[in-house]
Every structure is written in C-alpha cells, then in structure tokens.
Design a protein around this ligand. Sequence first.
Ligand code: FAD
Ligand code: NAP
Length: 871
Amino acid sequence: MSVDVNEDISESTGTGRPDFDVVVVGAGMAGLYLLYRLRHLGLSAVALEAADDVGGTWYWNRYPGARCDIQSIDYSYSFDPELESEWEWSEKYATQPEILRYLQFVADKHDLRRDIRFSTRVGAAKWDDASSMWRVRTDAGAEVTCRHYVMATGCLSMPKGPEIRGAERFAGPVYFTSRWPHDGVDFTGLRVGVIGTGSSGIQSIPIIASQASELTVFQRTPNFSMPAGNGPIPEQKLAAIAADPEAYRREARLSGAGVPMPKPTVGALQVSEAERLEAFERVWRQGELLAVNSEFNDLSIRREANDTFAEFIRNKIRSTVHDRETAETLCPTDHPVGSKRPCLDTNYYETFNLPHVRLVDLRKDPISTITETGIDTSNESFEFDVIVYATGFDAMTGALVAVDIEGRDGVTLKDKWAAGPRTYLGLTTVGFPNFFMVTGPGSPSVLSNMVVSIEQHVDWITDCVSDLRDRGYTTIEPTETAEAGWVQHVNDCADITLFPSANSWYMGANVPGKPRVFLPYVGGVGPYRITCDRVVDEGYLGFRLAGDAGTQCHDGVVNRLQPDVAMLLQTLAELGLPPLESLPVPEARAFNEAISAQRPPGPEVGDVADGTLPGAEGELNYRIYRPATPGPHPIVVYFHGGGWVLGSHVSDEPLCRDLCVRSGALIVSVDYRHGPETRFPAAANDAIAAVYWVAANAESLGGAPGGLAVAGWSAGGNLAAVACQQARWAGEPEIVGQLLIAPATDGASEWPSMAENAEGYALTASLMDWFWNNYADPADRSDAKASPLRAESLAGLPRAAIFTCEFDPLRDEGDAYAAALVAAGVDVEHVQCRGHIHTSLHAVDVIISGAPLRARMAAAIQGFFRSPNAT
Ligand code: FAD
Ligand code: NAP
C-alpha cells in the first residue's frame, strides 16, 4: 500500500481501521530490514524518515575518515544470502561512502524505497486505546494510523549539543561530525579547531591534519585507541566464511558481541607477564576491537586485570608520540579499557608528532568561551577559521524521547523514563501497547556488532506482529513484573562489570542532566537471543495479549538468576559431570577435592598456620587465617560445608581468606568427623569440642579476649548453629555471634524450596538426601543437634546473621530458622540473596555478584564483636 502521509489519511479513509499494520520510524539499517521483513510476512507498512535518503548513521556521518570499526564482512546483513555474493567489500573496514552505497544497493535490490517517505520527521505518536491503534504525527502535521508502531530511530542518531559557552558566537564555519555536509569540506590551508576525541574525532583528526595549516585538538577525556590495520579483508576471515557461510553467521548470532570469536579460558592475571604481553601484542597487530576478549576472560570484570591492558596501551602511546607531555596527556587514566567505547584508528597518535598539530588538555585548561574568532581557554586564546565538533550523541534514548510518544493514560515515554529507561528486553515498555524499539535500552545494541542485534530485533518484532495477527490478538504489552525483572537483570549484569565505573555515554554521563543508568545490556548477544526466544516459547512470558482471541497473560520474570551464577551453571551443565551421589563416597571426595583445586585461591591474608586440637573423640585438624593487621583479633570458629560427608578444614579456604581479609577477624577453620564412617552426632560433638578448645586457647592463638563467634556454610552452618545452642545450654563458652551461610537447619521435614529447586542449581534434592542418609538416621533427624530448628527453645541464643539463597533447596529451612530466632527474641540480620544458589556465596572470585554479600557477612562479623552479646 502506498499512502501520501502528507495528507491526513485517517480522516480521509475514515474506515476505523488503521492505515497500516505497522509504521516504522527511520530508514537506516534497521528500518530497511523491517520493511523487507514486514512485506514478506504480508503486513502493510510505511517507513517515515527525516533524511532525504536511506542509510541512517551512514547517511549523516560523512566526516573525513568515517568508517566502520567492526570488519565490513561482519558488519553487513545476513538475511539475504544472495546479497553476500552480489556485494563485495573493498577492504577490511569500509568507508562511510561504501557503506552508504551498500545500504542504497539493498534498498534498490528489494525495492524498499517505495514504502519510505523521506524528508518526513515524526514529531508525535499517541496510543488510541478505543481503537487500539497508534496515531503518528509528522512535523509537517500529517497523521497516519497503525496497529503497531516501531521506532527504528537508532542508538546514535541524536547529536548532542556542544554545551559550550559562546558556541553561537563563532563567525566562521562550524561542522558537526554527525551532520557533515554532503559535498565535503576542504580544510586546505585553514586553521582548524576540533573539539572531542571519541571515535568520530579520532577517525577524522588525522585526515583534517593532513589538509589544515594548523590543527588544535581540544581533549576533555583521552580514549583508548588501537590501530585498525586496515587493508584487504584478512584471508582467514574469507576462508572461514567461504567454508560455511550459514555456520559463520549462526556463530555470530550466538556469540558474545555479534562476531565469531574464540572464547578465552584464562584470565590476564593467570598467565605470566611475558605471555600476557605477547597476547596484547597479538591483539594490537590484529587491529580488531573485540580481539582482546578472545585472549582473556576477566578484562571487563577485574580492575587489576584491566589495568595490565590499559598500561600496555599507554606504553604504546608513549612509544609513538615523541613529545612526552603530549603523550601523557593522550594516555587515559580515569577509566578502565572498554568501559568507554574503545576506538580503532589510522595514525591517530602519530598525528600528534606533526609540527602543525597541537593538543590542548581541557582538564588542565578548560574552555571558557567560544569567541567570534576562535576558542578561549582559561589560559590562552586560539584563532580559527573553522571549528569542528566531534562531541557525540544523546545515545540510546535521545531519538526515542525526542518524539512526543504518549501511551496509555496520557503518560509520555519521556516522563516514564525521567529517571532512566525501563524496558522489557529493550524491545517494549509498560504502558505503551504495540510499541517496539529496535536496539532499545536494555538490549545488547551498542555493545555488539549492531547489524546482528538489529536483525535479531527485527526478526523478533516482525515474527511477533505476524503471530499476533495469525492468532487473533490485536494488542501486546509487557507486564510490570516482567519489566521490573528485566531492569533488575540488566543492572545485575552491569554491576558485575567495570562499565558503571566510567563516565561514558553508555551511562548517560555525557549529557548534562541525563540520569546515570547503564543503558545497554551486557549479558551478550547469544544469551540475549536465547532469552528472547524463550520468552516466545513460554507463551510470551511477561506479556499481556488481547484481541478477538480473548486475553492471555503468562506473567513472570525471564532471567532470575544472577548473571554470573547462570554462567557458572551453564558451564557446569556443559561439563556433564556425574552427580556426586552416584559415586562411592571416596570417589565423591576425590572428585570434590579435584574441583576445589581448580578454583581461585582467595585473597592474601597475613598468615596461615595449621594445627590440631582435641575433638570429641580424637585429634582434629584446623587451619588458622590471621589478618595482616597487628593482633590480637576477634576469633571466628568456622565449619566447612560438604553435607557432613565431604570436605575438610581447608576445603572452604577461599571463603575463609575472604572473610578474614574483609572482617579483620582471625578465622579458625576446624575439621570434624564425617559420615558415613562416623555418623550423627559425631560431627556435632566435634564442633562443640572445637569451640570449647578455641575459646580456652584464644589468647595463644592470637585472639582478643571476650568471646568468639562461629560461622559455617551449608552443613557447616548447621554445626555452627548447633554449637551455639549447646554452648547456651551449657552456659559456656561465650559466643557473641553466629554467621550461618545457607545453613541446613531441618533434616526432619521437606520444605517447598527442596522441591522447587530440586534440580539444576548445583545442590540437588537428591544430593541433599544422600548427605542426610550418610550422616544421620531418619529417627535422629528431629534431634536439635541434627536439626537446630527443632530445638525446644531458641531464646537467649547469640545474635545471628543468616544468609539464604533464592534458588537453594535449603532456602526455606534457613529462612525458617531466621524467623524462629526472631520470634525467640534473638537479634537477627536475615539476608535473602536474590538470584543466588547454594554454592554462590562460597565461590569467591568466581561469583562476583556474591562479593557485596560477603562484604555484608564481614560487616556482620565485625558487628558481633562491637556490640554486647544478645544473650
Ligand atoms: P540509524 O542508522 O541511526 O538510523 C536511524 C534513522 O532514523 C536515521 O536515518 C534518522 O534520520 C531517522 N530518525 C530518527 N528520528 C526520527 C524521527 N523522529 N522521524 C523520522 N526519522 C527519524 N555500529 C557497529 O556495529 N559497527 C560500526 O562500525 C559502527 N560504526 C559507527 C560509526 C558511526 C560514525 C556511528 C555514529 C555509529 C556507528 N555504529 C556502528 C552504530 C550504528 O549506529 C549502527 O551500526 C547502525 O547503523 C544503526 O542503524 P539503525 O537503523 O538502527 O539507526
Ligand atoms: P563520543 O564517543 O561521545 O565522543 C565525544 C567526544 O567529545 C568525547 O571526547 C567527549 O569528551 C567530547 N566532548 C563532548 N562534549 C564536550 C564538551 N562540551 N567539551 C569538550 N569535549 C566534549 O562521540 P563520537 O566520537 O561521535 O562516537 C560516538 C559513538 O559512535 C562511538 O562510541 C561509537 O559507538 C560510534 N562511532 C563509531 C565509529 C567507528 O569507528 N566505526 C566512529 C564514530 C562513532 P568526554 O569523553 O569527556 O565526554
């Protein structure tokens, strides 16, 4: 259908039916593919585009040196296999004119222009609830109606103002990289000032320098940049695609960032310095932004690892730029590599060796005003013929909220997002039915090869619209629960990375007044795709559908596990390990030890020493972890986990070290006898004996006088709780606090969490069953020494910090113990660890999202010793 949207067509047709199934805003890479797909699904559509041609980013950003920085062969559509043989990229990183020609070629090949209205800017869109359609209004005042409304307006399409005093005063020509004149700019013989050193500045500066008589670059924040090494498309890449094009594209779709890359297996600090530097050199020579993520798996999550790469790049800058002060000014030091979008360049750093090029450090000498003839900084006046702004974009949300989009009940998108965007999957948002965003906030978008992300979103949206039509649904809208869960998940993912530590446009920090929220989704292109597909497979989980077919709502949250926990479980599932309970006990123990040997060791402590102490019936081993600070220290007696069957005084070493360092307490990790060789109550009796002995010998161990605390994880949490009860009944020794981490407290009944989390979360119901069977006879399990929850009275027990995990079979019994202690008048800090599993809190340096929880445990330990015992 072809409609002139410059006329008020809905009034003219007056049918009560929308003019189009879908209105698309934007005719960049996303808008073009949307039109193609919608047409093939038999849906009527029009695209409204502010520019006078297709191309989006590649239409507007025509500055000298503009190129892609994902290899062209990857940065191209995959939906049309024919296109891959029809179009040949001339180099590894194609120029803007070549990419624009490519998009024009696609538009022509598929005759897409006939459904695009150019030079048409959308100013407003309003949801009409009565007719279940959107009324979309152009700046020229025309209205078009549609059932579904898709913003394909781009993440980096709304240029950011210069926000510099006096900007309007300059009398000479002013250019923005993001709105470059179509007939180009000749800088020959001109004095040029460039403001901004992001990707656009870094690409254009060397070319402007090659023409200008004088070039002054005003830098606020230096960026990390690597040489692009542009040239012919690498043979290896061509061969990989030629071997199996479909497999290559599939790998891209399931990869982390939309480009097939080997997965790294080591961290940067797990190899020698020589190996690390060799890897960084490889990356530097390769000229590919994502290459470093194939070498090491911890650069975006561990600051110390990241620092090694940052210093490598700084050394490259120092060895390239001759003037020492200029080199240091170009060295980024205020953010981790990758936390702001890194750049690829051609001779960027070398440009500063040219005699007519100068760098001004705005951190030391900020701009005070732009004048009629140039730029004044606090120390100097500069005269220019031309000023170039490479100052970037109001990214990800700018183009969306620039349109006055009004959803249900008169709420606008701008108002809804005043504190930061809230979306479900980065595709939809509550209160805006039938409204979709391509690469919206909360999706991988700008953290990926965007073509791959665009195609995935377009496929999802168009499949959804056609599915609704086929099944008789008129509207789709996400639920509050689903959206809140997704926002939480997006933040959980960001929080385990270094991204939030930088003042980047990813965080909205480049636009004054914009809320500081991490905008894209860092969970990876492949996992994200799987999530989106799962939402559909689970009956549009988290969406409400309505129409002639009735209403449907399968409400829920799609990703509830902490992201690193999900990754760990995925890795474990891929390893296909045998269930521990299927092994004879000695083999299960050996297996458990072998796995433990491979984990990170935990932080350095002041001192580690081993010894033995008298248990209930013989010697027990212990290991003591002393803080590096001068003693005496508060003492914590710690009991390891392992279901009373596995483990030893050293098996929870990383956690003991972590608690020691964080709390400043001395941790004595004590062994005890295990089942099935010595069954209940041997372990409990040993635990009690150990507490007595440590209390009696506190001073010689380096402990501070005045009571000790107990702690334990899992079965160790059970023993710690039991020891507190026994000490209270005996009247000694003095225990000032109990830290119970995912404790087993009740072996005599089955709690709902046991069935809910029976499988798939590391500790299974059947393993727990095996543990209990090896430890205690069913008849003994209601004894308080086995099940502390069963004690007749919990009054007078020491204050407690109890950490329970959402996806743990033991969750409910831990929660019940906390509640019972509170009911008995005990001072309890009860922390319910959202998205965690039984083994999360114990996995130091593996489950990063557990770190803040371990910090709370340490604070609880400190609290035990600060305030008086609750007894
Ligand atoms: P866009 O290309 O931004 O198109 C959006 C279109 O919507 C524009 O044409 C705009 O005019 C139109 N529009 C917006 N608002 C309205 C309105 N209200 N009414 C009508 N029309 C409107 N990504 C990579 O993955 N690799 C790269 O190498 C890469 N290089 C880049 C280089 C530059 C200089 C920039 C700025 C971005 C780069 N990107 C890169 C990101 C790039 O934006 C995406 O890869 C991709 O081109 C986005 O396509 P899109 O169709 O989603 O949005
Ligand atoms: P950008 O990365 O946001 O860089 C803008 C630069 O301008 C920054 O150095 C910024 O400094 C500076 N700046 C902004 N306002 C300023 C002010 N008032 N005074 C002084 N300096 C100011 O923008 P961009 O370079 O256009 O790139 C945006 C994104 O587009 C990139 O990150 C990338 O995703 C994409 N892109 C890709 C390519 C490519 O190679 N394919 C090329 C261009 C763009 P601060 O850092 O201090 O804010």
